[in-house]
Structure formats: C-alpha cells, structure tokens
Design a protein around this ligand. Structure first.
Ligand code: GMT
Length: 378
C-alpha cells in the first residue's frame, strides 16, 4: 500500500507512535509518506520506503496565525496526486483529522478517492476535543472519517461517551519492537547517573502539566530519605524549568538528573530500577510500555488506560490518583525488595513483548487500511 501518515513531529507519544508505525509498515514493503511540519524525532536514521514531506507554513504578513491545518491539507493533496496514496492516516484528531477530511473532499471534487483513518491518542479527546467550541468540530471529524481507532479501551469509552454514541472505534494499542526495546546495560552510564548503592528511578516525558512532574519530585523528596536513590527526569517541555526550581526548593537538586531529550532512551531505561509516572490522565502510556520492554517495573497512578498496559501486582504497582504518599510507598516497596523487583522486571518484559509487540499491532493497522480502501472502492 501507499500510505500517508500525518503526525506531530515533537516529543510526544502520538508522534513517536506514528513514526514507529511508518517505519514498521515500510519494513513490511509498504511505501510510507510521513507528513509533518518538521522531521519527526524517531526518524533520525534513514529508512528505506519512508519519505518525509515537510508541511511549509506560510508566513504571509496578513496572517497573524498561519493557516497550518490548510497547509497540511495542501500537502496531503499534493502527495496524494503525485504519489498515488491509497489511504491517509491522521494521528491526533485536531487538526490532522480535519486536514485529512478537507483533502478527501478536494480530491473527490477531482474524481479521486482518498479514504482517511484517524487514530485518537488522548488529549485530542480528553482535553482539546472537549472544549465546548471544539467539541462539535471533533464530533463531525469522527463521524466523517472512514475509520477511527483509539489506543486503549478507556479512550474508546471516553470518545463514545462524549462524541459518537454509536460510532465504531477499533482499539489498536501502542506497540514496541522488542528487538529495539530490550535491556542494554551500559555500566558507564549507570556510574555517571548514580552511586553504586543508589537506586535509580526514571521518568520520560514532554514535561506538560498533564504529566504532574511536581508529584514525582515531591514523592522523591520523601523517598530518598528512606532509600538511597537518584531520580532521572528525561525529556523537555514547558514545565522543565519549574521542575528544576522545585528540586532546588526541596533541597534535592543534587539527587535529580535532568538529561534533556535523549536518543539513547533504551540505555537510560536499562540502567534504572523503576519507572515512575504520575500523569493526571494517560490514555495509554507509551513511555511506561517502553520502560516495561526494557525490564522496568512501573509505579503509577491508576488513571485512564494505564491499567490496560501495566498489569497491577504483576508488572507494576498502581495507586489512586493524587495520592503522592501512596505513590512513594509503592516505589519504596519495590526498591527495597530485590526479589520482588526482579520478578516484576521479568513479567514486564514478557508482557510488553507478547501483548504489545510490533508484529501483532502493525498487522491490525494493515487490516484497518485494507478495510477502508476496499470500502471506498465500491
Ligand atoms: O494526547 C496527548 O496528550 C498527546 C499524545 C502525545 O503526543 O504526547 O499522547 C498520548 O498519546 C500517546 C501515544 O498514543 C499515549 O501513549 C499517551 O498516553 C497519550 N497521552 C495522554 O493521554 C496524556
């Protein structure tokens, strides 16, 4: 198939999931056209059969706000005509779903048919899409799409509850390639991050408010008094400076490492003892899955789709949202019990590679594309 994928390029689960999907589809012999305003972060190496198309944003002085969603539409239309796209896959409903819908209408006007699929990733439904002004637009996009998928059962239920009532949504989870995400111990990295007797807690995110980074830091400020440990906060984003400031205020700045954005995320995960997440909501939690694949038990709030990823009491411990003290107790329990942690680690790796392997999940997308292509050819 000749597949267009529209996604955000920045650090964030939806862009990562879209790019990894593109690379995997290309390995299966499909031709993939990645459409975004910048090269997606997981596209650092050249991939055969993956072609990047940059959306040029017009800075004409009349525009206070550049018409970005129309520029995406224009790029989809161009790529579809020049490359003969069979299907376009929009990741994140707003504005990508609308851009794909507009592209379908423009091409239809020229007698061409381009079906589109939307994958819902989370806040496109739970935050942005629910804003009163946006909810009608979101509902319309979902109704018009040739197919809609969501990354968890939880997100499907939320979407049906607020938008579609009876629109069919396929649940297709995030995935990992176990050949890429597996423990790769790097002893010099471990030595640089922590002393020998210290445990390492790791978290990776785009530092948006929804990630509740202050909860992680407050929890750690108590925890490190009982368990010698370091906290490694990977990534970057709007809340990073505030997070560093909070560490100083709590007197733990020397115990918290901020390595910024990293391409060797697998090495960072592999030298850690525990993955920690305190998101306010999380439709899936791709970073937790990547950590599990590297053999890390997860401690997190029991929110959204997280219980579909982390098997409670088997691959991690989940606690009630906003219960920072309980989050700390769960982390301490795992860090102080080497045997328990080792059994969770094995189970985490097994679950990630069996239930969420690329082999399994990418086939689900292929079937979805074939279905909409077949339907649209009648
Ligand atoms: O919906 C978002 O917040 C955006 C998106 C992103 O680009 O970071 O994150 C979501 O998509 C990921 C990939 O499907 C999921 O694993 C994340 O759980 C989800 N984030 C939230 O729901 C907060």
């Amino acid at each position: 198939m000749n597949i267009g994928i529209v996604c955000y390029p920045t650090y964030g689960g939806s862009g990562i999931a879209a790019t990894e999907l593109g690379k995997n589809l290309a390995r299966r012999g499909h031709r993939v056209h990645l459409i975004s305003y910048a090269q997606p972060i997981r596209m650092f190496e050249m991939c055969e059969n993956v072609i990047f198309h940059k959306v040029e944003v017009n800075a004409y002085p009349l525009f206070r706000y550049p018409p970005y969603s129309l520029e995406i539409t224009a790029t989809i239309v161009d790529v579809a005509r020049e490359e003969g796209l069979d299907v376009v896959h929009a990741h994140y409903a707003i504005p990508h779903g609308m851009s794909a819908l507009n592209a379908r209408m423009i091409l239809e006007n020229d007698g061409l048919r381009l079906p589109f699929v939307i994958t819902l990733h989370g806040t496109d439904i739970t935050i942005v899409g629910m804003e009163p002004a946006m909810s009608r637009v979101t509902r319309y996009i979902l109704q018009q799409a040739d197919a809609v998928s969501s990354v968890s059962e939880y997100l499907r239920e939320e979407t049906n509850k607020y938008f579609c009532m009876n629109c069919a949504i396929d649940v297709i989870p995030n995935f990992i390639d176990p050949e890429v995400f597996h423990p790769q111990h790097n002893s010099s990295l471990r030595q640089r991050l922590a002393k020998e007797d210290e445990k390492i807690l790791v978290h990776a995110s785009n530092f948006r408010p929804v990630k509740n980074i202050p909860h992680i830091i407050e929890m750690f400020a108590n925890l490190h008094q009982q368990v010698p440990a370091r906290l490694v906060l990977i990534g970057d984003g709007p809340e990073r400076s505030a997070a560093e400031h909070l560490c100083k205020t709590l007197g733990i700045r020397d115990h918290v490492v901020f390595p910024g954005m990293r391409s060797n995320i697998v090495e960072f995960l592999s030298v850690a003892d525990l993955y920690i997440m305190a998101s306010q909501t999380e439709s899936f939690g791709l970073s937790a899955l990547e950590a599990m694949a590297c053999g890390l038990p997860v401690v997190a709030y029991r929110v959204g789709g997280v219980p579909e990823v982390v098997a409670e009491g088997v691959t991690g411990l989940l606690v009630s949202k906003d219960d920072i003290a309980e989050l700390g107790r769960a982390a301490a329990r795992l860090l102080q019990d080497d045997e328990l942690r080792a059994s969770y680690s094995v189970a985490a790796r097994q679950r990630a590679s069996k239930v969420f392997s690329h082999e399994r999940v990418v086939s689900q997308y292929e079937r979805l594309y074939r279905r909409v292509i077949d339907q649209s050819s009648f």
